[in-house]
Design a protein around this ligand. Structure first.
Ligand code: NI
Ligand code: MN
Length: 226
């Protein structure tokens, strides 16, 4: 499974049977401009963790251009279905077996209104299992004890955690989160996009290294394979 960082909290996950886009916020991200073109993205599925603009900006355009299926909480899935987009609704604690593997929608501590203020359900994250590998996409979240539930059922190969602070966990809490989910390999996201979430990369790398963990911070467009 190849995971490409598209900036902010946007990811492209290429599994054997499907291309899975996560939280596309690309056309409005100055840091991604000139590096990622949404017209080059051809996902089969788009996972949406919550309804904030910095996670859904390009969902409609990319879904319509590719006939992609939006997978999200019930309220967000219903929102996109009303726009003529295929959608698969989930809710917390639920699993579904897709053609690419299993997804579980898990708890996140955050908020989830659409840009116009309408209700975007309760935010979440995803546990993705495909090709014998298990990946946690935390979404925007605080550190929460609920993370301790994940390793009771799933031995993660990679945890994708927000580390930018202010709107989500910061670095110190993300180190604790990696303990909670029992995963020593972390991909950081949701940092540096704008002033509130700028981080010191060296400090972040050092803190994870001192905890005996590996933090990956990818350039926009760069990938890692698990
Ligand atoms: Ni958010
Ligand atoms: Mn966000």
């Amino acid at each position: 499974m190849k995971i490409t960082f598209l900036g902010h909290a946007s990811l492209l996950i290429e599994a054997e049977n499907a291309a899975i886009l996560v939280d596309p916020f690309i056309s409005g991200n100055e840091k991604a401009s000139g590096k990622i073109d949404i017209n080059d993205l051809h996902p089969d599925y788009i996972l949406v963790t919550h309804a904030h603009q910095d996670h859904i900006l390009d969902v409609e355009a990319i879904a319509k251009a590719n006939g992609a299926v939006v997978v999200s909480n019930f309220e967000i899935a219903t929102h996109y279905e009303a726009l003529g987009i295929k959608a698969h609704p989930m809710n917390h604690g639920g699993n579904w077996e897709f053609d690419f593997g299993n997804l579980k929608y898990v708890n996140a501590i955050h908020t989830s209104s659409f840009p116009d203020g309408s209700y975007g359900g309760v935010p979440g994250g995803f546990v993705l299992s495909t090709e014998g590998k298990h990946l946690y996409i935390a979404g925007d979240t605080a550190l929460t004890m609920d993370m301790k539930l994940i390793p009771l059922t799933t031995a993660l190969d990679l945890a994708i955690l927000p580390i930018g602070d202010n709107f989500t966990m910061g670095i110190d809490d993300a180190v604790l989160a990696s303990n909670f989910v029992a995963c020593n390999t972390v991909l950081g996201y949701h940092y540096d996009t704008f002033g509130y979430i700028e981080i010191d990369h060296k400090m972040a790398m050092d803190k994870f290294r001192k905890a005996g963990k590996k933090l990956h911070l990818l350039n926009i467009g760069a990938s890692l394979t698990i």
